[in-house]
Design a protein around this ligand. Structure first.
Ligand code: PLP
Length: 362
């Protein structure tokens, strides 16, 4: 692979982060970009300023949705170290998503090294308070101008960085969830286990209608029978039953979450019974009626852990822990965030250190 070109602009002023960062609203000065064509493969890796992209109106991703993306985070620890949470797993998933929709795979080690270089250049953009982080958005899209359904011949990979605030600025707060049997997010053998825009487009109307009814998000049932639990919003889901914790087994229509995988490993460390299996919404309702359901929570990079306080399915309303965060949910949230900010040892080797070095401005 070629050497990365550095096209870095010197900042005349210091980076001053806004008091309220929110999510996905601010971007750092530079991004990483790399192109693909059939002759050169992935080539032309460059770190350069974030600018609008020249996009031809016939660019294939706009018409046929041939694009994949990821979402991961870097944290500034109390010691000053900068770490990225499980980048290998995120880029493996990016390649898995790419394979499914005919996008050429990337060299994971090369791209992680490029990401480390980019983060080092943009390190002043990393917020320091606990809960805050640098959100990383890698994405690839089919770029050539052509009308007609077939895989593109040219692609662009971009790594974009966005400083983000704490997901729970007012403390860990449970969410209100509506089980939708009117819409489905994905079907088995379709695209559900890929992080590709189509799945998010498919989810918008259900989410919007749920918000209008006073809910935070929807719980997705399977796309065939609307019987089995799949995901909650854009998170994986865990059902905390009295004698076991269940998360739906990966079946092709569920995104294999990196947080999901980490939570499973932590629960195993704690000697708790965690089972990956199919679970129906009826089983959840029955367990609730029998007093065997302790709680429900979601897992994902953005929120880390999201406690479900209220769950509504048809005319049935379930409330957990009087709408307060579940004990296990909070314990998991604290475990993962302690690890992110360096208050716990990284026994699993989940953190990748970004070496901090002098930035050479061209
Ligand atoms: C549909 C969907 N499910 C689950 C997740 C959780 O995945 P992760 O824990 O890797 O962020 C995400 C977020 O990426 C998502 O978009």
């Amino acid at each position: 692979m070629e050497q990365i070109q550095f096209n870095i602009k010197e900042r005349k002023t210091k980076v001053i982060l806004p008091e309220t960062l929110g999510f996905g609203k601010f971007f750092t000065d530079h991004m990483f970009e790399m192109d693909y064509n059939q002759t050169d493969g992935w080539h032309n890796p460059v770190i350069r300023s974030v600018e609008d992209l020249p996009v031809h109106p016939a660019s294939m991703f706009i018409h046929y949705g041939q694009a994949v993306f990821e979402g991961l985070k870097a944290f500034r620890q109390d010691s000053g170290d900068i770490v990225i949470f499980r980048p290998d797993k995120h880029f493996e998933r990016l390649n898995n998503s790419s394979r499914r929709i005919c996008i050429p795979e990337i060299d994971i080690d090369f791209v992680i090294d490029a990401l480390k270089e980019l983060i080092n250049i943009e390190k002043d953009w990393i917020p320091t308070k606990h809960g805050e982080s640098l959100y990383i958005r890698p994405f690839i899209f089919g770029a050539d101008a052509f009308l007609g359904v077939k895989p593109a011949k040219e692609y662009k990979l971009i790594l974009l960085l966005s400083p983000v605030g704490a997901y729970y600025p007012e403390g860990f707060k449970p969410v209100k969830i509506l089980v939708t049997d009117e819409y489905v997010r994905a079907v088995r053998k379709g695209l559900g286990d890929c992080k590709t825009p189509a799945n998010y487009a498919a989810s918008l109307l259900a989410g919007q209608e749920a918000v209008k009814k006073g809910f935070t998000q929807v719980l997705w049932l399977d796309g065939v029978e609307q019987k089995y639990i799949e995901e909650v919003g854009t998170m994986n889901i865990f059902i905390n039953l009295k004698n076991e914790i269940v998360t739906p087994k990966l079946n092709g229509s569920i995104l294999p979450g990196v947080t999901r995988r980490s939570v499973i490993e932590i629960l195993k460390d704690w000697n708790m019974k965690i089972v990956e299996r199919d679970i129906t919404i009826d089983e959840v309702v029955n367990a609730y009626d029998k007093g065997n359901l302790i709680g429900v929570f979601g897992t994902g990079t953005a929120a880390i852990i999201s406690s479900v306080g209220w769950l509504t399915y048809k005319n049935k309303q379930m409330i957990f822990n009087n709408g307060k965060p579940g004990e296990l949910d909070l314990k998991l949230f604290n475990e993962l965030t302690s690890l992110h900010y360096g208050m716990k040892n990284d026994t699993h080797n989940w953190l990748t250190l970004v070496e901090q070095k002098e930035v050479v401005v061209s």
